[in-house]
Design a protein around this ligand. Structure first.
Ligand SMILES: [Zn+2]
Ligand SMILES: [Zn+2]
Length: 427
């Protein structure tokens, strides 16, 4: 059947607005809108009706109800379109409501999604059952596109299908509009000069609610690397929360002088264009002596995965204390350590968070930097994932060999500093 006859049949049976009529032929003449398509088809159909004099009575009124339907836009009847219930007349109003919800949020790109009323979906199915054409488009698609176009008109911002700053969901069933603000990911490197956990350590007794064990703070430590950095970033971005992803982590009491990489995720930021050199300055001034950051930049969220997968070898400086005085022989023995493979069973102290198993790790070298009496300062280069404290003290035999077992004297780590990160060598 040709477009013309098909349209006449559609319009004789159902009331359709211009958008819904045009949408049945959406893939024809690509450079126009469904509304324009529908309007053109309706004009031609209406002109055709005017040639059918037998449908008029003496007073020039239609006698055929069905044909009256074809001319719907030329009559004053206030009935609704069978497919969209006249939703296209509300596009501007919906777009305005969306903008009200986005007020205060900085964004460059957006995406609009629509959930139709079940009656709309059902009617489209009924209609297509009868008049399905190969050129049609779904109501849902046109409606979200038209609202998107209107928002562009009103704001000058652009739709982005892949990675929009804000996603808007218009639910016609509930008559609601919700937004999803994409997180902002800030990459950087940090040094840590005072003992603190890397991420917020929620109190294990009250799970953050607050109890006498945690002095009603809800956390075990007053601050963490995450909170110090996040605090400033949240103030600048007006976000609602953060999550912190480090390229590995050091123990609470271990320090870091080697600029560990991190990505901090800011949830629901209102401001996306941050002056990161200003943020950096503020963090470094405010938390001088605690932490320091550098190289802050906004990155794609996918970078988190890359960072997490990183397995850099690490260089440590460890101050070690022995139960007895260190002899020349002990120092020589320690300095001899080179490319040593050790077996580490999951340390007792982390057993509750890590699977209990034996890991093979490589110690590239140990150098004694200086020593006096029972104390020595060591530089240790170790494979990613090595437990350094246990490599020194042997963890009651769970790490073999260890510095303690090699020299036959019990030693323990007094201070531990991560001095550097070296990418894993590829072979
Ligand atoms: Zn319609
Ligand atoms: Zn508590």
């Amino acid at each position: 059947m040709d477009i013309f006859s098909l349209s006449i049949e559609m319009l004789k049976k159902y009331r359709l607005c211009d958008n819904c009529l045009g949408r049945q032929f959406a893939q024809l003449l690509t450079s126009t809108s469904n509304k324009q398509r529908g309007k053109s088809i309706r004009y031609v159909c209406a002109m055709y009706v005017d040639t059918q004099k037998e449908f008029y009575d003496d007073n020039n009124n239609f006698t055929d109800f069905n044909f009256n339907n074809v001319k719907i836009k030329f009559s004053n009847e206030k009935k609704k379109c069978f497919l969209c219930f006249e939703i296209f007349t509300k596009v501007e109003e919906i777009a305005q409501n969306v903008l009200r919800i986005l007020e205060g949020y900085e964004y460059n790109t957006y995406l609009v999604g629509v959930i139709l009323k079940p009656e709309m979906i059902r009617n489209e199915e009924i209609f297509w059952e009868e008049f399905g054409t190969e050129f049609s488009e779904r109501l849902k698609e046109e409606l979200s596109r038209e609202i998107g176009k209107k928002i562009h008109e009103l704001t000058g911002k652009n739709v982005d299908f892949r990675n929009s700053d804000i996603t808007i969901l218009i639910d016609l069933r509930k008559n609601s509009i919700t937004k999803n603000v994409r997180s902002l990911y800030v990459y950087g490197r940090y040094n840590k000069y005072k003992p603190m956990p890397q991420t917020k350590w929620v109190c294990s007794f009250c799970h953050g609610v607050g109890c006498d064990k945690c002095s009603y703070k809800g956390k075990k430590y007053d601050y963490s690397v995450e909170e110090l950095i996040g605090d400033v970033l949240l103030r600048y971005s007006k976000g609602t929360g953060t999550s912190f992803h480090g390229a590995g982590r050091e123990d609470v009491d271990a320090l870091c002088y080697g600029w560990r990489e991190f990505i901090i995720e800011i949830e629901e930021p209102k401001i996306r264009s941050l002056n990161l050199s200003e943020v950096e300055r503020e963090i470094n001034n405010r938390y001088k002596g605690y932490i320091e950051v550098r190289d802050l930049k906004v990155v794609d969220g996918k970078e988190v995965k890359r960072l997490k997968a990183k397995r850099d070898n690490k260089i440590y400086e460890a101050v070690v204390e022995c139960e007895e005085e260190l002899t020349k022989g002990d120092i020589e023995e320690i300095n001899k350590i080179k490319d040593l493979v050790i077996n580490q069973q999951t340390p007792k102290r982390v057993e509750h968070r890590r699977a209990d198993k034996i890991r093979r790790r490589k110690i590239f070298y140990v150098k004694v930097l200086n020593h006096r009496d029972k104390e020595a300062t060591l530089e240790i280069k170790a494979e990613a994932g090595t437990y350094i404290k246990e490599f020194v003290n042997g963890d009651e035999g769970r790490t073999r060999p260890s510095i303690s077992s090699l020299i036959g004297k019990r030693c323990d780590v007094k201070e531990l500093i991560v001095k550097g990160f070296e990418p894993e060598e590829r072979q």
